[in-house]
Design a protein around this ligand. Structure first.
Ligand code: DAH
Length: 407
């Protein structure tokens, strides 16, 4: 409710003081509201000055302003013996109101000037900018430099990374055979990376994979200690824990080894693992599957050879070799010894074997009822052969000139 001047009937000192207090507190509040509205930069300066005028007229207008009204309603109607007290107060109120109005005016005008200046400088910058643009376009046109028929700015789209591209291709070959895809963590426990794959603690087979261990794990039991997985084979275990046979999965992923960098070694690389477990799976199935996969990846004229090997989690185990794709398996190219296969005519490509019955013991599969095979291949190695890359480091250096060739 906005303040209105009460008509006084009680002219005691207390009643007078009370009326004065209410009036002054009303003007104080109105002043605060007005100043706070005026301080908003987004409010136009004209709105601010209009508000100020309404405020001044409400309190000080000769005709019917609040100060005029108190002379009317308080002083004129006061009984003769109260006139002195009332008169003093009316004069004091008048002076106070004038002071409030003057202060308010000062503050509001200050804010109004600020808004006006801001507006002016914005429009000045805008005009300057337009003038500059006109000037630039005119002089470009005059000098014949602006060729509006030129094509726009091309945004280059990336190319699939050759390692990912090769990995997808390998996975694609097995998906076409009905395999599904499984993934596992890159930070593994000793149990999944080694123990459940039939690498017992301290067994020398562990030395074939230079392992990067996570520090500060000594207080844990060996099987729970963390490391960076050295191969994708732990996903075999995780998969068999999750599902019952028949199982046919491929597991692509990143692996780590504490190997020094050179043209064929990198501490980070990628593998695709495979696992098939069912009733009556034989070594013959393994040979047929991998022979098909190598032909799908390197061309139908490629031959495969299975060479006895050892892995703790397969028995028997083999290394798969393909006939050299550079010399067609002849061992000789242009009359000289083929360097890619060291004149042997064969290139070693992946490891495989029949799943060792001990492994089934770790995942609660019945080794007397099921059999299966597994294999694991290095993605970079396959990419190097497919694309004729001579240094594995090129895959990880991020040089666009190299990478864009695979787009
Ligand atoms: N995990 C082996 C490695 O990284 C590769 C491998 C060999 C995987 C034989 C297999 C396998 O599944 O059966 O050296």
């Amino acid at each position: 409710m906005p303040y209105t001047v009460p008509k006084l009937t009680d002219f005691s000192v207390a009643a007078l003081d009370n009326a004065v207090r209410e009036l002054l507190s009303a003007i104080q509040k109105e002043k605060e509201v007005l100043v706070s509205e005026a301080s908003e930069p987004s409010v136009a300066s004209s709105t601010k000055t209009t508000g100020l005028k309404v405020f001044r007229d409400r309190w000080l207008a000769r005709k019917n302003g609040i100060v005029t009204q108190i002379t009317e309603f308080w002083l004129k109607v006061a009984p003769p013996d109260a006139k002195r007290e009332v008169g003093q107060r009316v004069n004091a109120v008048k002076a106070e109101v004038e002071r409030y109005v003057a202060e308010t005016q000062q503050r509001v005008e200050f804010f109004a000037r600020q808004s006006a200046a801001a507006l002016e400088s914005v429009s000045r910058v805008d005009t300057d900018l337009q003038a500059l643009r006109r000037e630039a376009t005119r002089s470009e046109l005059e000098r014949g430099r602006l060729d509006i028929t030129l094509p726009g700015i091309r945004r280059p789209i990336g190319a699939e990374h050759p390692v990912i591209k090769t990995m997808n291709e390998i996975v694609g070959v097995f998906r076409n055979l009905g395999y599904s895809v499984e993934e596992g963590p890159e930070i593994e426990t000793d149990y999944y990376n080694f123990e459940a794959l039939n690498f017992p603690p301290n067994h020398p087979a562990r030395d074939t994979q230079d392992t990067l261990f996570i520090a500060g794990q000594e207080s844990k039991e060996l099987r729970d200690r963390l490391l960076l997985r050295t191969h994708t084979s732990p996903v075999q275990i995780r998969t068999m824990q999750k599902m019952k046979p028949p199982v046919r999965v491929v597991c692509p992923g990143k692996v780590h080894r504490n190997d020094a960098l050179d043209a064929t070694h990198s501490p980070i690389f990628h593998q695709v693992e495979g696992l098939a477990v069912d009733t009556n799976i034989t070594f013959c199935d393994l040979k047929g599957t991998l022979d098909h996969a190598m032909k799908a990846l390197f061309g139908s004229s490629v031959k495969t050879r299975f060479y006895p090997s050892f892995f703790p989690f397969t028995e028997p185990s083999a290394d798969v070799q393909i006939s050299c794709i550079f010399c067609d398996g002849k061992g000789k190219r242009d009359g000289a010894a083929c360097r890619n296969c060291k004149a042997s005519g064969w290139i070693e490509l992946l490891g495989c074997g029949m799943v060792d019955p001990n492994v089934y013991g770790f995942v609660d599969y019945d080794a007397t009822k099921v059999s299966g095979f597994a294999f694991g291949m290095g993605v970079e190695r396959i990419a190097i052969l497919k694309y004729g890359v001579d240094d594995i480091q090129l895959f990880f250096q991020g040089d666009v000139r190299f990478l864009e060739q695979f787009g």
